[in-house]
Unconditional design. Structure first.
Length: 441
């Protein structure tokens, strides 16, 4: 006669119930020979996985991000968990990390990136899509399967919108302006003060326009449309460097390396190394009429035992709605007058190219979706976007509208195709139209 004994100790670790079963076979009253003893190892939960908004598994998640098509998603998940739930990064198995990644938007972004940038190209392209009013990150696409060495790219003139918003909040109108020249030098060290009150002007440094020209009277609107470097440095001097920095922070800008934003006189020219998530978030705040929502790709972490932790939206009104609407009105015209022309629905956008073509960016939004695309090399100035072959095509130089812009347009059209078009709130022309303080003579 064969007897069956089952021993099931209950073990609870990390919120996961693990049942270990030991099955022993033997004859009544007899010692159990080793060859007849069967021990079944303790059952363990499966690996921790990342899933998209619909619950489809994207990849396994160990807390370390190596290579793969979702390396950018993994890096963002790790960043958010490190900040909000570091205890979930200790390699605990069996968790399901639900993300806000939308399969359609993710595919649209990835296909657009792959259309223009080869996976073997030395330069890296990244795109992030963020929902205005919730901060949910719908897509994170990259041209490389590995992001080793990446610490953000300088955003170029896509940062001009922060000084523009600060100027409008401070009482200027889109028709206000002043004369500007082809080059600019700070008159004194005290011409620019950081948020600590320190003098950071540099009279020894000349700022030039990207096109190495320009001059005459320019307004807030025309200076933005033309992306005039010297005009925006002068505007920063008049509005205040700290006011520009704080506006950027309120909209959601932060450095990719986690350090404080660098407060230089050239802040409006996009000298800080930032990630497309941060840039897309600032533009999403404008799209949401000044409502800033912290970007988040992780929406929930759960396991089979019933453990569940949600990560809800965190939003606050960062800027008055009329100020955000006025900025949007200018960026609508910037997109319509630029080479991308638009999306066939209400949309606003701005391109950026760093000095010496170190990096190139395009950022824009509709009322329902914001996105930013960045292109560059982790080695920065040693690998500029000049005389390069990208995506099998040779470029003398790459600007924001050369590769990032088409990626942005293609991905946004595909992600929004079939969805209902929504409209921007019209700017308050009574408050922001024309000029008041600095009109042309």
């Amino acid at each position: 006669m064969i007897s069956l004994r089952v021993v099931i100790p209950a073990v609870v670790t990390a919120g996961v119930l693990i049942a270990a079963g030991v099955l022993v076979l033997g004859r009544d009253g007899d010692a159990e020979p080793a060859r007849e003893r069967l021990v079944r190892a303790a059952t363990t939960p499966g690996p921790t996985v990342l899933v998209d908004a619909r619950g489809t598994v994207l990849a396994e998640f160990t807390g370390e991000c190596g290579s793969g098509r979702y390396a950018y998603v993994c890096e963002r998940v790790r960043t958010e968990l490190e900040a909000n739930a570091p205890e979930l990064l200790t390699g605990k198995p069996g968790l399901t990390v639900r993300t806000a990644i939308d399969p359609r938007a993710q595919e649209a972004a990835q296909q657009a990136v792959d259309r223009y940038v080869g996976r073997a190209d030395e330069h890296l392209a990244l795109e992030a899509m963020v929902v205005p009013g919730s901060g949910e990150i719908r897509a994170l696409a990259a041209s490389h399967d590995e992001l080793r060495g990446y610490k953000g790219f300088q955003q170029g003139s896509t940062a001009m919108v922060y000084t523009l918003a600060a100027a409008l909040e401070g009482g200027l109108r889109i028709g206000d302006g002043f004369p500007f020249a082809a080059s600019y030098r700070a008159p004194t060290y005290a011409a620019f003060k950081n948020c600590k009150g320190q003098n950071v002007g540099d009279p020894t440094h000349s700022v030039l326009n990207f096109e190495r020209g320009g001059g005459g009277f320019t307004t807030l609107e025309s200076g933005t449309l033309a992306r005039q470097n010297t005009f925006f440095v002068q505007l920063t001097e008049r509005v205040g460097l700290c006011e520009s920095v704080r506006m950027a922070q309120r909209l959601g800008l932060e450095r990719a390396d986690g350090l404080r934003l660098q407060e230089f006189e050239t802040f409006a020219l996009g000298v800080n190394e930032v990630d497309p998530v941060a840039v897309a978030t600032t533009y999403a705040t404008l799209a949401a009429r000044g409502l800033h929502c912290a970007p988040r790709v992780v929406t929930e972490v759960s396991d089979r035992s019933g453990y569940r932790r949600s990560f809800p939206p965190r939003c606050e009104q960062a800027v008055e709605a009329p100020v955000a609407d006025a900025v949007t009105g200018v960026l609508e015209r910037a997109l319509a007058k630029g080479p991308l022309k638009g999306l066939g629905r209400d949309a606003a956008g701005m391109d950026g190219t760093m000095d010496s073509n170190v990096s190139a960016t395009y950022a824009g939004y509709t009322p329902a979706l914001a996105a930013a695309v960045a292109l560059g090399h982790p080695d920065g100035y040693r690998r500029p976007l000049t005389g390069v072959t990208i995506g099998g095509k040779r470029y003398a130089e790459v600007e924001g509208t050369t590769i990032p812009g088409p990626i942005w347009k293609d991905s946004m059209k595909a992600a929004l195709d079939g969805t209902g078009a929504t409209s921007f709130a019209p700017p308050d022309t009574t408050r922001f139209g024309g000029c008041s303080r600095a009109c042309a003579d």
